[in-house]
Every structure is written in structure tokens, then in C-alpha cells.
Design a protein around this ligand. Structure first.
Ligand code: PMP
Length: 441
């Protein structure tokens, strides 16, 4: 009997014993092409010597020194590196252990900033229905994923959820992508006016939506309009790049492609690339200064913030991304994978949309391409495709995400940036097999 909690499947999962580049290997010697990097985590692939050596070297020096007393060389070096690369104005870094922690820290920082800058009435957050920001209570409140929130209702924060930017379903016939982007962003202003802008502290969104909807990019101009609205009404813009950041979309930060800079930015997953649990919240000097000149410190913290071994991993990962030119590779291989997906599934009767940026791509599955009707959730199509793919030696991330408030099926692909052309072919072949088997079941 396994004492590991939780066990999601009736059958015991295989034991992972090895990782080499784009492959994971189980105890029986079976190799799996890792086409989702867990969930967009393993940007460097498995067994990266430079990262492993950096962690070991740090453990040999000092494994842990509490941030209440010390800083550490890797934490300082990582923060310097992130600030040097980050969008304009983000010049402070708070290191945490993962994505939910980064989201929690962001929400609390926004609130403390409002209190300390003399705007205590601003406590409400506005976020989007099709979004995921983590599983801790604050982050879960911000997220719009109905089934994840369902059972926890009374404990959650008060958050308004507006419509996502979701061109495949919400752009009207004849409406240009730009006009749609503007209309979708204007939903924020409408909500602000409905609830009273003086009660709102921040708007929070993923630049490219991941876990709820399979790599949905924003329409052109959407985030520039969002930025304008935030500025006009004095609310902070929090961007959650936990999944889509760190080169995944073909630029180090996803929001670079939208020409905006947030006030607070969350990153995780690819930052540690799976080698250590690490995330970060970055914020503007304006927010930092208000708190420094006010109460003096951010009223937050966890035992393992700024952990030296995790920071050493993060620093080695970001260095690898920059020194090996892997962000450009994510963009180039992303184009190749997208072309291959278009060629194989572009006319598929049950693939409604192929979308995404860089090596962050999604397929939306529909029962009917003309009506865009999703499959009946009782069919559990995403789960079937996931297990058929796994059997065929492919790890992808099919999910029952949210489509306009109901469950729908998507496949998310987020392979390591080192994926080569032959592995892209292998991925598409295996996915094709898995789709056939999943749809036939
Ligand atoms: N934000 C986003 C956009 C995510 O995709 C996730 C994880 N899927 C999280 C936050 C939460 O991160 P973690 O699971 O590391 O807590």
C-alpha cells in the first residue's frame, strides 16, 4: 500500500526513476516524451548538469539561512538577474516556493500598498472567469475555475470575475481582433464602474491563460487597454506568469509581447524548471517605497522564502535560458510545433482551435466544429486522451477546463525548449494516436 497522499488514480502510477532531456523513464524502463513539462515546468528538460551542479554547490556551502537574519548569494544574484531582464519598472523581487505563494504574496502586497498609501477602502480584486492563480484560499478566490472553487465558497475573498479574452468563442463575426481586444478589455471598466472604482485595489490576469483553458493568448491591444483602464482608475495591474513566463511563450516574460508592464508580476514553474520549488513576485519601486516609508516591511512571509538552494536553482535556470539562447529556441520550436499541429489536426473534425505562443500551445476539442459545442463532460474525453497518450509514451496535459462556465476539453502542450525536430514529429504522432483512442473510447 502506498502512503503517499493523494492518489488520483485507482491504479498505482509508475515510479519515475530517471530523466534525460525531453524524456522521463519509469522503473520498468519505459520512456515517456515529456510534452507538457509536468504543467509547463520543465523548460530545460531533465538531467541538466549545470543546474544540478549549482544546487549541489550551494548545498555544500549553506543549505538554509533564515531570511529573518540573512540574505544569501544566490538570492541576491537571482534577484539582480530577474530585475535586469524584467519589464520596465519591476525592480524588487520576493522569492517564494511556488506559484500559489507568488499569487498570495501579490494579493497581499496590493492590499498592504493600498492601506499604506492612504486608500484603505480599496480591498476588492477583479479577475477573470477563465483563470487559475493557485490553490491556496486567496489565489483560489482570484481564480475563476468553478469546479476548483465549488466546495470552498464561504471561506473565499470577495472577487469580481469578468469575462476572459477568448477570441475563439467571444469574437463576433466581422469583428477585427483589435476591436475584440478593446471590447474584451472594456469589461474591466464596466465592472469598475459597477462596483465603484474606489473599492478596487487590483486587476489580476494571466497574459496567456494556461490551466483552465489551454494556452489562450490575448487579442491584440487587450492588455494595453487594460493597462490604460488600471491607470485611469488608480488600480494595480497584477500579471500572473506562473505558467506562461520564463521564456515559455518565446519571450522571457509573456507580457513583453503585449507591450505592457504590470505593477506586480508572479512567476514560478519554469523559474526552477523542476529542479527546486521556487517562485517569485516582482513589484514596482513605487509599491516597495510606499511600504518601506510606511510600516517598513511587507507583512508576509514563509519559513522557506528565499531558500538558498532554490535560489541557486533559479539563478542557474535563468542563466541557462540566457546563455544558451533558449528563449529564442522556444519561439522557433514553438513555430515548428504549431505548424506540425496545424498540418496534422487543422482539419480534424474535433479540433476547434489550435492556439498559443512559443512552446505554450493548446488544442480545444469540440464535438462539432461548426457549432463549437463542447463534448459532454460525462464522456471524460480529456482524461481518456491523457491515459491513451501516457500508454503510448507521451506526457501531455489534457484537461477539463472551463468554457464559458461549463467544463470543456483541451490539450495543453508545453515541452522543454530543447525539444528537437524529430521529437516534435514523435510528439505529434503519439498525440494523434492518443486522440484517436480517446475519441473512440
Ligand atoms: N498561477 C498559474 C497561472 C498557474 O498555472 C499555477 C499552477 N498551475 C499557479 C498559479 C499555482 O502554482 P503552484 O501550483 O506552483 O502553486
Amino acid at each position: 500500500m502506498s502512503h503517499v497522499f493523494p492518489r488520483h488514480t485507482a491504479l498505482a502510477p509508475p515510479v519515475a526513476v530517471g530523466g534525460e532531456g525531453c524524456y522521463l523513464i519509469d522503473a520498468a524502463g519505459k520512456r515517456y516524451l515529456d510534452a507538457s513539462g509536468g504543467a509547463a515546468v520543465s523548460c530545460l528538460g531533465h538531467g541538466d548538469r549545470a543546474v544540478i551542479d549549482a544546487i549541489k554547490a550551494q548545498l555544500d556551502r549553506v543549505a538554509f539561512a533564515h531570511t529573518g537574519f540573512f540574505t544569501s548569494e544566490p538570492a541576491e544574484a537571482l534577484a539582480d538577474l530577474l530585475v535586469a531582464q524584467a519589464p520596465e519598472g519591476l525592480d524588487r523581487v520576493y522569492l517564494v516556493s511556488g506559484g500559489s505563494e507568488a499569487a498570495e504574496a501579490a494579493i497581499k502586497l496590493a492590499r498592504q500598498y493600498m492601506v499604506e498609501s492612504g486608500q484603505p477602502g480599496r480591498s476588492r480584486l477583479i479577475a477573470r472567469r477563465q483563470s487559475y492563480h493557485g490553490n491556496t484560499l486567496g489565489a483560489l478566490s482570484a481564480g475563476g475555475n468553478a469546479w476548483r472553487r465549488e466546495q470552498f465558497g464561504p471561506l473565499l475573498l470577495d472577487v469580481s470575475h469578468i469575462a476572459p479574452c477568448y477570441a475563439y468563442r467571444h469574437r463576433e463575426d466581422g469583428e477585427s481582433p483589435e476591436a475584440y481586444g478593446r471590447r474584451a478589455a472594456d469589461a474591466l471598466e464596466e465592472e469598475l464602474l459597477r462596483v465603484g472604482p474606489e473599492t478596487v485595489m487590483a486587476f489580476m490576469a494571466e497574459p496567456v491563460v494556461g490551466a483552465t483553458a489551454g494556452a489562450v493568448p490575448p487579442a491584440p491591444g487587450y492588455f494595453r487597454r487594460i493597462r490604460e483602464i488600471c491607470d485611469r482608475y488608480g488600480i494595480l495591474l497584477i500579471l500572473d506568469e506562473v505558467m506562461c513566463g520564463m521564456g515559455r511563450t518565446g519571450t522571457l516574460f509573456a507580457c513583453e509581447q503585449d507591450g505592457v508592464s504590470p505593477d506586480i508580476l508572479c512567476i514560478a514553474k519554469g523559474l526552477g524548471a523542476g529542479y527546486q520549488p521556487i517562485g517569485a513576485m516582482m513589484c514596482s519601486g513605487q509599491i516597495y517605497d510606499a511600504i518601506r516609508d510606511g510600516s517598513g516591511f511587507f507583512q508576509h512571509g514563509h519559513t522557506y522564502i528565499g531558500h538558498p538552494a532554490a535560489a541557486a536553482a533559479g539563478h542557474a535556470v535563468v542563466s541557462a535560458l540566457l546563455e544558451r539562447d533558449l528563449v529564442a529556441r522556444s519561439a522557433a520550436q514553438g513555430d515548428r510545433l504549431r505548424d506540425a499541429l496545424e498540418a496534422r489536426f487543422g482539419q480534424h473534425a474535433h479540433v476547434g482551435d489550435i492556439r498559443g505562443r512559443g512552446l505554450f500551445l493548446g488544442l480545444e476539442l469540440v464535438s462539432d466544429r461548426a457549432t463549437k459545442a463542447p463534448f459532454d463532460p460525462a464522456r471524460k474525453l480529456a482524461a481518456r486522451i491523457k491515459s491513451a497518450a501516457f500508454e503510448a509514451g507521451l506526457i501531455c496535459y489534457p484537461m477539463s477546463g472551463t468554457i464559458d462556465g461549463r467544463l470543456g476539453d483541451h490539450v495543453l502542450l508545453a515541452p522543454p525548449f530543447i525539444i528537437d525536430d524529430a521529437q516534435i514529429d514523435e510528439l505529434v504522432d503519439k498525440l494523434d494516436t492518443a486522440m484517436d483512442r480517446g475519441l473512440a473510447a
